[in-house]
Design a protein around this ligand. Structure first.
Ligand code: PNW
Length: 483
């Protein structure tokens, strides 16, 4: 450290690890679980690298005790996981049967976590719409039906967990569900205008409809929690948004500089502006016109003010270059290019296994500040942050376990977050590393690993902590103030 003053985090700061149901659970057809859109999507040849699926994944459905032991070993205070909607309501709808065994699985898990002294942070929806709802009425595209069914599901969950869960996240990364699911088609349900990828979908309208519907469903679930549960249960609820930092490709070009804000608005403010300011960003209204749904007074009343905390998933940064012509009809990014090098050939950061991810920790601090200024210094929970490592899947085990690249990533990013807290007045209060263990990395299958723990998919899903698993506790110890 030398003479550099170490930035601090408050003594009540909470840290831990994150996962998501479909990425780790397996047990895809056990104890009455119904399929989700991801079960269906994985069966389409060519959609998932290596042809994988979440059928078995890390087998956490049968190994919750191992996962809890792992959390203890790492010294985690909290664990963010998601609930599989179609385990709880196999067909998904408000008039469909509830699966007691599904509920009992998560109830036991929450009890076991609490017994181990680990705080549960529960995501209701991490992209896994029950397949039957997609078939029945178009899933996320159908506002009335989806909002009613999600509200019902949320109420079932709030009732089942009583006051045991104090931190609720409604939706994980609605940008991914909307854009990757309905514009590029890379994620379930794979709709897009590109007829070489799918015969169905309209990427110029559907993502905006889906984003709107998710916001309303989020607002409806928050209202239910606040009206019926919050007083006695004493918990808090919010949405988790993903978004990376943006620097201009050419800092001398005002168009590139302007495009950076527009990039963040299209990725984040699309959802955060309605929640904190009661409207969509002007840049989006300008480009999308009436393809961006408009708010009825009832809808915006549900959404505006609906976050008890801001859930932030953050991984990297990009260089942004403004496009000069008129935006294409299917453009979802704000008429700009996302690049990994700037005009002078500087890279955002080192190459990882994920084509979209190059670490740039200072960008984390800058985005924390940007969000705090725009949204009035809300309480921020970082609900995901982490990295893949180039070639990790092909390394000999010994080398793979010595993941100094990931350790350095966490050191830099947690340090940048402490700087944002100490020097910029950002009110960040929790941090969940992605991920507790290697898992099903969506379209990238099992070839890309994000875990601080190695999972041996060939040998009974054995878990072996990497160097990074044991290092996060030490990193936090250097920053968190002692009482
Ligand atoms: C997040 N992108 O997804 C998810 O919440 C996790 O489930 C996932 O495993 C993790 O990040 C790592 O990828 C993202 O293409 C997936 O920009 C793709 C992108 C961003 C986030």
């Amino acid at each position: 450290m030398g003479s550099i003053v170490q930035s601090t985090l408050p003594s009540d700061f909470i840290w831990g690890f994150a996962t998501a149901a479909y990425q780790i659970e397996g047990g895809f057809n056990e104890d009455g679980r119904g399929p989700s859109i991801w079960d269906k999507f994985c069966k389409i040849p060519g959609k998932i690298a290596g042809g994988g699926s979440g059928d078995v994944a890390c087998d956490s459905y049968h190994r919750t005790h191992e996962d809890i032991a792992l959390l203890k070993t790492c010294g985690a205070q909290a664990y963010r996981f998601s609930i599989s909607w179609s385990r709880i309501i196999p067909l998904g709808g408000r008039n469909d049967p509830i699966n007691k065994k599904g509920l009992q699985f998560y109830q036991k898990f929450v009890n076991d976590l609490l017994d181990a002294g680990i705080t549960p942070m529960v995501t209701l929806f991490h992209w896994d719409v029950p397949e039957e709802l997609d078939r029945r009425y178009g899933g996320l595209l159908n506002k009335e039906e989806f909002v009613a069914d999600f509200s019902h599901y949320a109420r079932v969950i709030f009732e089942a967990f009583g006051s045991k869960v104090k931190h609720w996240i409604t939706f994980n990364e609605p940008w991914c569900s909307s854009v990757l699911g309905y514009n590029t088609g890379a994620f379930a349900p794979g709709r897009t205008s590109d007829r070489t990828i799918s015969d169905v979908g309209d990427g110029s309208t559907e993502p905006w409809i889906v984003g709107h519907n998710i916001l309303i469903a989020h607002g409806a679930a928050v209202k239910i929690y606040r009206d019926e549960f919050k007083t006695q249960d004493g918990g808090e609820i919010g949405i988790t948004l993903n978004g990376d930092w943006a620097d201009p490709w050419d800092p001398e070009n005002p168009a590139d500089v302007e495009a950076c804000d527009r990039k963040i608005e299209f990725a984040i403010s699309w959802f955060a502006d309605p929640i904190y300011h009661g409207k969509y960003p002007d840049s989006m209204i300008k480009q999308l016109g009436n393809r961006l749904p408009s708010w009825t007074p009832e809808e915006i009343a549900l959404v505006h003010g609906s976050n008890d905390f801001y859930g932030m998933n953050h991984y990297c940064a990009n260089y942004i270059r403004a496009k000069t012509g008129e935006p294409e009809l299917d453009d979802h990014a704000g008429n700009l290019e996302l690049l990994l090098e700037d005009k002078y050939g500087h890279s955002v950061g080192p190459i990882t296994q994920s084509p979209w991810l190059r670490p740039c920790a200072i960008g984390f601090r800058k985005l924390l500040k940007w969000l705090s200024e725009r949204y009035g210094y809300p309480k921020i929970y970082v609900t995901e942050n982490g990295t893949s490592v180039l070639g990790e899947n092909d390394m000999p085990l010994e080398q793979l376990l010595d993941d100094e690249f990931r350790v350095q990533y966490f050191r830099d990013y947690i340090g940048a977050m402490a700087d944002a807290y100490t020097l910029d007045g950002v009110n960040v209060r929790a941090y969940m590393a992605w991920s507790l263990m290697d898992n099903f990395e969506w379209a990238e299958g099992y070839e890309t690993r994000f875990g601080v723990t190695y999972v041996d998919y060939e040998n009974d899903q054995k878990r072996i902590p990497k160097k990074s698993a044991m290092s996060i506790r030490n990193i936090f110890e250097t920053h968190i103030e002692k009482v």
